[in-house]
Write a protein that binds this ligand. Sequence first.
Ligand code: ZN
Ligand code: ZN
Length: 354
Amino acid sequence: MIDAGLDAVIVTPGANMRYLTGFSEAGYERLFCLIAPLDREPLFVAPSVNVDQARRNPAGIADVREWNDAAGWHGLVEALAGELELTGGQVGVDDDMAARFVLPLQNILADGFLRSAGTVLSDLRSRKDRAELDALQRAASLTDRAYLAGRAACRAGASERDVAAAIEAAIVREGGALSFETIVAAGENSALPHHSPGGRKLAEGDVVTLDLGARVDGYCGDITRIVAIGQPGEDAARVYEIVLRAHRAALSLVRPGVAAEAVDAAARKVIEEAGYGDRFIHRTGHGIGLDDHEQPNIVAGNEHLLRPGECFSIEPGIYLPGRFGIRLENIVAVTESGVRVVNAPIPERIDVAG
Ligand code: ZN
Ligand code: ZN
């Protein structure tokens, strides 16, 4: 906060509040926030209906200021801005804060300014400690097991939705939640990176993309695997081999001090040299933790130097519209001296179902 020139940071419910306080209730239309001033103890502003939950926050923050529906929150926050000497100051807000809070807050600060606290918060969250890495590993292992359930459900005649249901049941059965909506994309649908599973039935000769993630203790898993129904065509086998080489080229570069953009470039180079540069239509990876997408992004132009404890996906892909697509994704953690892959190894060849 000192480096960013912020007098306070205000955070609404979500991954940032969970990270800072352990409080993990969902947010809604009533203002519920953590105010963390630079030189004073942090405090909660809570509507009456959430005051008891706020008092039980795992971080033990004792100061909880209550407002009720009849009075509204504006008066309370205005008084607090005076008490905490924030009017006229620079206040950072969570990137996920809703406009219905941001706009009145800006008015309350008068000649002060609201700014994004996104970088301050993501910088804290991107380096995982031991307990976080353990949770991320449990999420990764459950995600790997759920993939096996998904693969087992891949057979001619099953629909994309059937396979997604098998994956999600396997996650829930072991006490996990979903990191994101499961992607199952068969045949030509696999050329759409974010296809939603529908009634399309799997058929002989299809390649099927499974992109899935289990969430355990708040932390997310995320892998992508390719399954073939019967023997895959030669083209699919060849493109798979290129994407796997791109994945490994990126992985081989990961260690502390390497720029995120260099990891992206390593994967992209393999795909460009194979003639598919214009068919690799997204970044190579994204950070992962309490959110399924967070910092650091593994993308061209990101000069951020990787640090121990940072966790992200490596997921190059090639998408051939109307035909098929191949993406191969694992999560990695930067260690003191190199990298640790938290998922099972990606198969050398397309996994044939049945
Ligand atoms: Zn991903
Ligand atoms: Zn994914």
